[in-house]
Design a protein around this ligand. Structure first.
Ligand code: NAP
Length: 491
């Protein structure tokens, strides 16, 4: 169902990593009468292949397999789970280049970013291979004269994981490694636009010796395969990364079976630059915060507020640096690749034209590029008023919106004036102001004088409609565990 020449031509050496069937209960499921879904390369719109599109019954069968495997996996010694996860990590590192190239072909991101994502994705598997061995019993100083009190942290059961297309490997391992380290088994649905990365990870999980039924990847139409999981009482936790509106839908669908939920949803990050910040650092870091992943990043800077005395200088430098960014096919490793689909490009066009209608000025870019229909030029809008759509809605693309501010109170109110609360970026050198601002910003994460803050040991997540729960760190594993309170009387 996939022409292997496409993959070898693009430098993939181990073509067995390119799987077109779903992976359920240790078997590759597809062919015969199974429907398929096409996958295309966003750089040129050409077909990469077709992957199996499983039915609701097959999605149900994946839960049967995960439920059966849970009986065994949850009782496996943590150190044995750790060894298997570690092998999976080693294989990801060994095949990093192939995994990165598969990702570039289906997702479009620049090759170095894809390599970086594979390392990042693998780091969660390594981290949770270690974390699996940490104590899962906590003692509590007893409040009763004749009893011992303990908290046992136990795996919650089958975990359903639903992941987006912008980080097709890391969003899956951040969930799956935490769940599997905790002793849960997994049914995962990767985005239909980027299923090959998840299937390659399943191939490596199989090679690592992860037992059948522990890690299942169910490709197909999301509504068909995910909805049965939300209704299935055996699925005890659902972890979703994606848009806020689909997160809200899943929240409602899971109510009937009262599942645990982890929701990593949209963001609308503000960047706030005070006049005493190091201007060059603020510009360079803001460029990264805006244009990494071609702007298709939940952590992407959606609005940049600059204190008026340095506003003109900041805008000038920001535009100069934006104009140096290269646009191209991911395999040629530019700064910015194509966007994922036509809807994504339309959103850029809508946000730019809406901002101009509201009085903003276009400083550079502002249109599709001749490279192809999904290439949108890196764009800067300045003097963007607060009532423009881009100052409220997630843009998810390479369009930067900059506006001036005058006072600390004013910028805090503008930054917090959103339903989202994932990350805020602050550039400032006054320690007291940094403290006050960090306290005042209603976001799950605050980055001060830098952009890159993510990593396996930190609890990633947002507040308000950016989500529920955390991923990464010990806390990310505890999302897949339930507390059993044990009160023991020896008498
Ligand atoms: P999306 O449309 O919400 O899709 C995410 C996942 O949900 C995909 O697997 C998709 O499958 C599935 N899905 C779609 N419709 C569904 C339905 N009716 N029922 C069940 N599942 C359904 O989001 P996206 O466009 O892929 O990703 C972009 C969004 O993700 C942005 O809002 C971004 O901010 C957010 N994001 C958040 C984080 C974070 O950690 N907070 C990280 C990355 C991305 P199909 O593709 O097969 O339809």
């Amino acid at each position: 169902m996939s022409d292997s020449a496409i993959w070898t031509r693009n430098g993939i050496t181990d073509t067995r990593l390119v799987r077109s069937f779903a992976y359920v209960n240790g078997k590759w499921v597809g062919g015969d009468h199974t429907a398929t879904l096409p996958v295309t390369n966003p750089a040129d719109g050409r077909a990469l292949g077709d992957v199996a599109s499983l039915s609701a019954d097959q999605a149900h069968a994946a839960v049967d397999a995960a439920e059966a495997a849970f009986q065994m996996w949850s009782l496996t010694l943590p150190q044995d789970r750790s060894v298997l996860l570690r092998r999976w990590f080693d294989l990801m590192i060994e095949h990093r280049e192939d995994l990165a190239r598969i990702m570039v072909l289906e997702q479009g991101k620049p090759l170095s970013e894809a390599r970086g994502e594979i390392s990042y994705a693998a780091s969660f598997v390594e981290y949770y291979a270690e974390e699996a061995k940490r104590p899962n019993i906590e003692g509590v100083t007893s409040h009763l004269p004749d009893a011992e009190v303990e908290l046992w942290l136990e795996p919650v059961g089958v975990a359903a994981l639903i992941t987006p297309w912008n980080f097709p490997a890391a969003m899956l391992t951040r969930k799956a490694a935490a769940a599997m380290a905790a002793g849960c088994t997994v049914v995962a649905h990767p985005s239909s636009e980027t299923p090959y990365s998840a299937l390659a990870l399943a191939e490596l999980a199989e090679r690592a010796g992860i037992p059948a039924g522990v890690f299942n990847v169910v490709t197909g139409r999301a509504a068909t395969v995910v909805e049965p999981w939300t209704q299935d009482a055996r699925v005890r936790v659902l972890s979703f990364t994606g848009s806020t509106n689909i997160g809200q839908l899943l929240y409602r669908q899971c109510a009937g079976t009262v599942k645990k939920l982890v929701l990593e949803l949209g963001g609308h990050a503000p960047v706030i630059v005070f006049k005493n910040a190091d201007l060059e650092t603020a510009v360079t870091e803001s460029i990264k915060a805006k244009f990494a992943t071609s702007g298709q990043d939940c952590l992407g800077a959606n609005r940049i507020y600059v204190e008026r005395p340095v506003y003109d200088a900041f805008c000038r430098r920001f535009v100069e640096q934006t104009q140096k960014l290269t646009l191209g096919r991911g395999m040629d490793d530019p700064d910015i690749g194509p966007l994922m689909n036509e809807n994504a490009v339309r959103k850029q066009e809508e946000h730019v034209s809406d901002a101009l209608t509201h009085g903003a000025t276009l400083a550079c870019g502002g249109q599709r590029d001749d490279l192809g229909p999904l290439f949108y030029q890196p764009t800067v809008l300045i003097d963007v008023p607060d009532d423009a759509a881009i100052m409220r809605d997630e843009t998810f693309g390479p369009v930067a919106a900059i506006a001036p501010f005058d006072t600390e109170e004013e910028v805090v109110a503008r930054a917090n004036g959103t339903e989202y609360g994932l990350i805020a970026y602050l550039h400032c050198h006054d320690p007291r102001r940094i403290y006050r601002m960090t306290r005042a910003l209603q976001f799950g994460m605050v980055a001060v004088n830098r952009t890159k803050v993510t990593g396996a040991p930190i609890p990633f997540g947002g507040v308000k409609q950016s989500g529920l729960g955390r991923e990464g760190a010990r806390r990310g594993m505890e999302e897949f565990m339930e507390i059993k309170y044990v009160c023991r009387d020896w008498a």
